[in-house]
Ligand binder design. Structure first.
Ligand SMILES: Cc1ncc(COP(=O)(O)O)c(C=O)c1O
Length: 433
């Protein structure tokens, strides 16, 4: 039996960094990534046969837990019918109808294979539909790795961003303006200066790529007003929050807090694929019909709307629509974060927590951060000690302080209690002299 370390060494010979997506390499926290052999319910099992309670859930999709029988059955049935046709199927219509049914701002939707692709395509559509070049994104929000989005703020509001990755020419980000999340002054100034040129603003309404940070209600309200006034399309990136923080996503929550609030375009991923490569973007018919083959905005994909992925997504959506699903999931998640907070408090450690539906965040800080700078100013060393303390005790948390966590419907009250016990032991061991 190969150990995790042996597998990692072998992987590093043939795969850059040994992983196919960077955060899996544990670079932020140090140590050896666990090589997973199988997963069931709330548990992951690694190559050494150890079991972990999983709070990553494949970074969001596994809202039902691993190996949910209804999902497995739907996928197996689809596999038997064929893996890919490159031609339309009824299941694509069913998935589109299910999304429309749950997200009233969406009148038409296009299916793609990854969140990166969905966000990139939504931005192209916004630029094509408005005929404008510029866009705003917020520091700490992640929308995939399209060139125009791998960008950090320039030196001032009048200047556009700088690439954050080698291989992205400055020209690729010259139209991307990066603002601080929840900063109303910067938002006002950016619209005052560039409003007529702004095709879109893309935002994670609850940011899960800087741990867990909510857009404040006044910020969201003003953002919507400014977009409407300037003819700029507001894009909610709900790849993480969609069908995860609630049945109607973050837009369902903000729509209740700010009556009438809707995004123009929405981007989905993760849960709608239930663990298979599937994502989507959608919005009003008049905008969506700008896409090829009807309109001038080109977008395509060999595996888009894949029959196995749509079967998996549909089965997942069917389960999360059952009465009481989100109430139970929210209660579990709340039990977890409250328990973590009390365990920290008992050890005299400051821990700020927040959650919504099946998504949560915790910060080694007295108060919840409001933006990326504040998140990154929280105690990284302490986070790493928590991460490794929990991992040793069989709890699999995201290996970086800027990632959100996920609870699934498969997590039992006993799993949560065991997790809180592990946290108590972790905090106690480090508080000891
Ligand atoms: C909010 C958000 N948008 C987009 C993406 C990109 O999705 P993918 O990794 O499927 O390309 C992610 C991935 O984590 C995400 O969290």
């Amino acid at each position: 039996m190969a150990t995790n370390e042996q597998l990692f060494e072998r992987a590093r010979r043939v795969i850059p960094g040994g992983v196919n997506s960077p955060v899996r390499a544990f670079r932020a926290v140090g140590g050896t990534p666990r090589f997973i052999t199988r997963a069931q319910g709330a548990y992951l099992y690694d190559a050494e046969g150890r079991r972990y309670i999983d709070y990553i859930g494949s970074w969001g999709p596994m809202i039902l837990g691993h190996g949910h029988p209804a999902v497995v059955e739907a996928v197996q049935r689809a596999v038997a019918e064929g893996l890919s046709f490159g031609a339309p199927t009824e299941r694509e219509i069913e998935l589109a109808e299910a999304i429309l049914d749950l997200v009233p701002s969406v009148e038409q939707v296009r299916l793609v294979s990854s969140g990166t692709e969905a966000a990139m395509s939504a931005i192209r559509l916004a630029r094509g539909a408005t005929g404008r070049p510029k866009l705003i994104k917020f520091e700490g929000c992640y929308h995939g790795h399209a060139d125009a989005l791998l960008v950090k703020a320039g030196s001032g509001l009048a200047t556009f961003g700088h690439p954050t990755s080698a291989g992205v020419p400055p020209e690729a980000v010259q139209h991307t303006l990066v603002l601080e999340y929840n900063n109303l002054d910067q938002l006002e100034a950016a619209f005052a200066e560039h409003g007529t040129q702004l095709a879109c603003v893309i935002i994670e309404p609850i940011a899960g790529n800087m741990n867990f940070v909510r857009a404040s209600v006044p910020f969201m309200r003003r953002l919507r007003e400014l977009c409407t006034r300037h003819g700029t399309l507001l894009i909610f990136d709900e790849v993480m929050t969609g069908f995860r923080v609630g049945l109607h996503g973050a837009q369902g929550l903000y729509g209740r807090l700010i009556p009438g609030l809707r995004p123009d375009l929405s981007v989905f991923g993760k849960v709608i694929g239930g663990g298979m490569p599937l994502a989507a973007f959608g919005g009003p018919r008049a905008i969506m019909e700008q896409l090829s083959p009807l309109g001038p905005v080109y977008q395509a994909g060999t595996l888009s709307g894949n029959p196995v992925a749509t079967a998996c997504g549909l089965a997942t959506l069917r389960e999360i629509r059952r009465p009481g699903f989100f109430e139970a999931l929210s209660e579990r998640t709340r039990m977890l974060v409250d328990g973590l907070q009390s365990a920290a408090r008992e050890a005299g450690i400051d821990l700020a927590v927040d959650c919504e539906g099946g998504m949560f965040g915790f910060f080694l800080a007295r108060e919840l951060p409001q933006n990326y700078g504040q998140v990154m100013a929280t105690d990284k060393e302490a986070f790493n000690r928590v991460f490794h303390g929990m991992l040793q005790r069989g709890i699999y948390l995201a290996p970086a302080l800027y990632e959100a966590g996920f609870v699934s419907a498969a997590h039992t009250a006993e799993d949560i209690t065991a997790t809180i016990e592990a946290a108590r032991a972790t905090f106690a061991s480090w508080a000891a002299p």
